[in-house]
Write a protein that binds this ligand. Structure first.
Ligand code: C5P
Length: 406
């Protein structure tokens, strides 16, 4: 990324102090920074400290006539290779989501034609507020990339998710964004399952599993970014549909299997869905009544098809690469290896989901990567997007006929 130019927009939050470190560490990697401060950002760091570190003027005022004459806010945003907003406050995210442009920072964000990366930082309740959740989904759908926030203690003495990502994490995200476009899967086809399934008991009740769909969706998005033609078969999730991916929405395991089979032939299948193992033997058309004194109804269950196993053991159109996930509590490697053999797939990404690991719905994963040929690799704790990138790089290498056979 040497020689790349970052336009850094510093919002108003205590995490703004981390920007100084971000600039320092980024410069070590060859990045050049030009900074813009929002009015509230300027309450936390001074234009002088940003200007001294970046070696360039720090911009603050939309209506500074000299700046307008010398540079212009449109040019300011066009001259960069990437726009980074750190910290991205709830207010700044709301303005971005709404397309507002009432100061220099928001005007630049609306005028830019470059990738935008935000590092949100705010009080955990603000981060969890439906308005922020809505704004985040809107921004993601608009193509804005997001790094963090992380869980932990906050400056406001609360604990929860809302700490801005650390400078090295933000730089990792910058690096991923500035990497030359990888089209290594152009001409390849992929199917990805994601999210939970819902197995109807009656018109209002269902059986389901925990699954946010974050990992599966990230894999589908990354495969598409690498040029693959991707069908994402998704159970009910709150994740937005990834850009450039054909998303098929399903509820039950049976529907998921049909949608996956309809997407064949493919070169690679990634089964990241948390499919319900069983479904009620019969779905009643009427809502089951809670009768006084009658006790709970007996629920007869039948087994659902195993989508991963079905794909891996097909005689025709068996994808060249079939990849599964294993969520286990304890004894990870032995259990995951046994599962890999039982299902007949090629690779397995195993996770420890013991209570306290925070994998379900969390932003990161600690993966044990296993191959049918006996390969075993422990990946460090990685953001789910980074897990997707590593996996997609592996997939591309394997389809090119390189390595990873153990
Ligand atoms: O057997 P278990 O549910 O632990 O296996 C997990 C792996 O199998 C995941 O890749 C999951 O997507 C896949 N699976 C499936 N269909 C099922 C059950 C699991 O595709 N019915």
């Amino acid at each position: 990324m040497a020689g790349k130019r970052v336009l850094l927009i510093v919002g108003g939050g205590i995490a703004a102090y981390k920007c100084l470190e971000l600039i320092r560490r980024g410069q070590e990697r060859g990045l050049a920074f030009r900074c813009v401060l929002t009015a509230s950002g300027a309450q936390f760091v001074t234009p002088l400290s940003l200007a001294s570190l970046s070696g360039d003027k720090a911009f603050t005022d939309l209506f500074s006539l000299t700046d307008e004459a010398e540079i212009g806010h449109i040019r300011l945003s066009r001259e960069a290779d990437l726009v980074v907003v750190a910290p991205a406050t709830a207010d700044l995210m709301a303005k971005m989501a709404a397309g507002m442009a009432d100061d220099l920072a928001t005007t630049l964000l609306l005028a830019t034609d470059k990738p935008v990366l935000i590092a949100p930082a705010m009080n955990p309740r603000m981060w969890g507020h439906p308005a922020t959740v809505r704004n985040l989904a809107r921004l993601r759908a608009d193509g804005v990339r997001v790094v963090g926030p992380n869980p932990g203690d906050m400056a406001c003495h609360e604990t929860g998710s809302g700490r801005m990502a650390e400078p090295h994490e933000i730089l990792g995200a910058i690096e991923a964004l500035l990497a030359p476009a990888d089209r290594s899967l152009a001409g390849r086809r992929a199917v990805v399952t994601s999210g939970p399934t819902r197995e109807a008991i009656d018109p209002v009740r269902y059986l389901s599993n925990h699954s946010s769909g974050r990992q599966g969706h990230a894999i589908a998005r990354t495969l598409a970014e690498a040029g693959a033609e991707v069908t994402l078969v998704s159970g009910p999730v709150r994740e937005p549909e990834p850009v450039g991916v054909r998303t098929v929405h399903v509820e039950s395991a049976l529907d998921m299997l049909s949608a996956v089979e309809a997407a064949l032939p493919v070169d690679v299948a990634v089964c990241a869905a948390a499919v319900a193992d069983w479904r009620p033997a019969a779905v009643t058309r009427r809502k089951l009544k809670k009768e006084e004194g009658a006790g709970p109804p007996a629920l007869e269950l039948v087994e659902n098809p195993d989508i991963l196993r079905t794909l891996a053991r097909r005689d025709t159109h068996r994808p060249e690469l079939v990849i599964g996930f294993a969520a286990e509590t304890g004894d990870l490697e032995a259990k995951a290896r046994a599962k890999l053999a039982r299902k007949g797939c090629d690779w397995m990404l195993a996770n420890d989901v013991s209570p306290g690991t925070g994998v379900f719905g969390g932003a990161s994963n600690r993966v044990l990567f296993l191959t049918v040929e006996g390969g075993s690799e422990r990946w460090p704790e990685l953001d789910k997007g980074e897990v997707a990138r590593r996996l997609v790089a592996r997939i591309a290498a394997r389809l090119r006929g390189e390595g990873d056979r153990g």
